[in-house]
Design a protein around this ligand. Structure first.
Ligand SMILES: [Zn+2]
Length: 182
């Protein structure tokens, strides 16, 4: 359970939320999220920034709420009715339809650190990545990538391989931009 009521039922992109007023220090240190089917791209961005974020394409509202409560996750959604329907305390309603803007809103609202743990999670299934030896996966890696890169990570869940290729710089830039004041 959350340590105190946590009501964020309106978009508040211009306010920083004082989480220490609501949550224990341990939870504030590494927030966990649950994204509903309306904000899948936001979920991927949160994972990219290293935040433990569950995402379900199809999940019953009741199940979603139960899971978020049990695991002390903040629900991020565009569904304004959800909070009222379930008397939710741990929900954040994103105002924008644009994923990049949604991400900026959440980063700002919760004062997220998008750099320390960035690139540590699988974007597909949320698992923490583990280092992988490229020699062990030669058959799966394009030859050019194999020649140019030495640092690889693997998802223990879906087995996807990650490396810091050309998209890495772009994603890093995106994370930095999300901290801006725009
Ligand atoms: Zn995975």
């Amino acid at each position: 359970m959350l340590t105190a009521p946590f009501a964020l039922t309106r978009p508040c992109p211009d306010e920083k939320i004082k989480l220490s007023n609501f949550l224990s220090e341990e939870i504030v240190g590494m927030l966990k999220f649950l994204a509903d089917d309306m904000v899948g791209k936001l979920a991927r961005r949160l994972r990219l920034a290293g935040y433990d974020t569950l995402y379900f394409k199809h999940i019953d509202d009741g199940q979603m709420v139960t899971r978020a409560r049990a695991e002390e996750r903040i629900i991020v959604t565009r569904d304004r009715k959800l909070a009222d329907k379930f008397h939710l305390e741990n929900v954040y309603i994103v105002g924008s339809e644009v994923p990049a803007e949604q991400f900026r809103q959440v980063v700002k609202a919760f004062d997220l650190d998008v750099k320390s743990e960035a690139f540590s999670r699988c974007l597909e299934c949320n698992e923490l990545l583990v280092p992988a030896k490229k020699e062990d996966h030669k058959a799966e890696i394009p030859p050019r990538v194999y020649r140019l890169h030495n640092t690889f990570f693997r998802c223990p869940g879906c087995k996807k391989l990650y490396w810091r290729g050309s998209h890495y710089a772009r994603l890093k830039e995106m994370l930095s931009a999300s901290e801006g004041e725009s």
